[in-house]
Design a protein around this ligand. Structure first.
Ligand code: UD1
Ligand code: CA
Length: 476
């Protein structure tokens, strides 16, 4: 048969309890850089086969399904979990007659790459008649993996689990990674003949000896990068896997043009996107769907989650969550931007400035100790030190509007709902409870208009949507 016509499907084993994690959370859902660990091999299997994999679930099946995404795979159930061989057998009803080759992997091996899965498939498909092609790695740290048994001519003849291995077998350096391509038709029948292990489980690894007994070819592919074989059985392994994945992500971004002053002190989740010429200073955390555009500098000491940072921004010792910064925004140290905030081009936030669910127009300056919540702020507004939008009246969140070119004096309380007109000013310590008309000065507690201000010559003709003249880097 032409190998390109073979139907290939990935099967991911994720029904085990993961007892050694000592956790209420199923092992395969433990987060690794922001995503469940099993999401990694699931994606790699999908990429290598071009098809949605089948996931075997059992322990907390519904939680695992929800955690990986009900649409990310077809799910089959294994209950009770009687071993890895028994787990694969649960996919038989769904796949028998529909699939020629199974690519099997485990949900607790998050570092395996799609390229590795493709190598196994290539080896398997280019040797027709092969019953099993398995992945092995040579290591001095067997970490409980099954040992690969070869005969005097180097042929693979079996796998022995560590728990059942003799001292001589334990000394074998070649171990079973737990990824296999199987001839599906052969496997369904072989699984019926797998013996019960001394531990009371049906081991998938015992199919190797069955194939050898039938004189069917078993092939092995050896992993080039042993880090890919990190399997997670305990939280110590989880930390090792995290470190290895972080190394891989950081290296890829550096090769793609990102500067990291001290790479080991930068945390980047797998979902983050970075542009060339971004600079990351130490103690920086980039999480979720964060995007950082070109020539922006992040850190030291910054935490960005689902943040969109435009080009040429500077974020220093600050937190940005679920918010957008347009180009050339400078924030920090110690600023916090959250809850769907949007900062226009050239905005400046200084220390202890907090902006929540607010839109700031281009060129807004907010240097120290201020809070804007549920506010819409026009362009070139100055927010004096200590300004607070009193947006919560104990029941509702109320909006504040501050129009273009307004100047809010230090320590102004804006008792929402309230509107500050274009070009208006408030005096230091004003408590604003009523709207302040454009081009007037309001002072006092409660604030009263005491004077009209003359609009600048060009005020009425200027289009507020044009970028500010005071942008830190000037016009482009
Ligand atoms: C298994 C292999 C071992 C290999 C190692 C590599 C067997 C018998 N042993 O050992 O040779 O070196 O992986 O990581 O296969 N699972 C189920 N249902 C079950 C049991 C397990 O779905 O009934 C799933 C688990 O959720 C896990 C995977 O299969 O994702 C592997 O199971 P685990 O118990 O971790 O096997 P190991 O002891 O690591
Ligand atoms: Ca394991």
């Amino acid at each position: 048969m032409d190998p390109s016509n073979l139907r290939i499907r990935g099967v991911l084993l994720a029904a085990g309890k993961g007892t050694r994690m000592k956790s209420r959370l199923p092992k395969v859902l433990h987060p690794l850089l922001g995503r469940p660990m099993a999401a990694y091999p699931l994606r790699a299997l999908h990429q290598a086969t071009g098809e949605k994999p089948v996931v075997v679930v059992g322990h907390q099946a519904e939680a695992v399904k929800a955690g990986l995404g009900p649409d990310a795979a077809d799910y089959v159930f294994q209950d009770p979990p009687l071993g890895t061989g028994h787990a694969v057998a649960q996919a038989r009803a769904l796949l028998e007659g529909r699939v020629d080759v199974l690519l099997v992997a485990a949900g607790d091996m998050p570092l395996l790459r799609a390229e590795t899965f493709r190598r196994i498939l290539e080896e398997h498909l280019s040797h027709p008649g092969t019953a099993i092609t398995l992945l092995t790695v040579e290591t001095d740290n067997a970490r409980g993996f099954g040992r690969i048994l070869r005969d005097e001519r180097g042929k693979v003849v079996g796998i022995v689990e560590e728990a059942h291995a003799t001292p001589e077998q334990k000394a074998i350096r070649e171990v079973n990674v737990g990824v296999y391509a199987f001839d599906a038709q052969w496997l369904w029948h072989a699984l019926e003949r797998v013996p019960l292990s001394p531990k009371g489980e049906y081991y998938l690894t015992d199919t190797v000896a069955l194939a050898v007994a039938e004189d069917l070819p078993v092939r092995a592919v050896t992993l080039e990068d042993p880090q890919e074989a990190i399997g997670v059985n305990t939280r110590v392994h989880l930390a090792e896997a995290t470190a290895a994945l972080l190394d891989r992500i950081r290296r890829n971004w550096m090769l793609a043009g990102v500067t990291m002053i001290d790479p080991h002190r930068v945390y980047i989740e797998d979902t983050v996107q970075l542009a060339p010429d971004v600079t990351l200073w130490p103690d920086t955390y980039l999480m979720g769907n964060t995007v950082v555009e070109g020539e922006s500098e992040i850190g030291p000491q910054s935490y960005l989650k689902n943040a969109h940072i435009g080009p040429r921004c500077r974020v220093w010792a600050s937190v940005v969550e679920d918010s957008t910064l347009e180009a050339e925004v400078h924030i920090g140290p110690y600023a916090r931007v959250r809850g769907g905030a949007h900062l226009g081009r050239g905005v400046f936030l200084g220390n202890y400035a907090e902006v929540k669910k607010s839109r700031l127009g281009p060129g807004v300056k907010m240097h120290h100790f201020s809070y804007l919540g549920d506010a819409t702020v026009g362009s070139n507004v100055n927010i004096g030190a200590g300004t607070i939008t009193c947006n919560y009246d104990g029941v509702r969140k109320n909006p504040t509007f501050i129009e273009d070119d307004a100047f809010i004096g230090s320590d102004t309380m804006l008792v929402a709902p309230v509107r500050i007109g274009r070009g208006a000013r408030t005096g230091a310590g004003a408590v604003v409870t009523k709207d302040v008309p454009p081009y007037t000065l309001a002072v006092g507690v409660p604030a009263r208009v005491i004077r009209r201000l003359s609009p600048p010559e060009d005020a009425s003709s200027r289009d507020p949507s044009t970028p500010p003249k005071t942008s830190p880097k000037g016009k482009e």
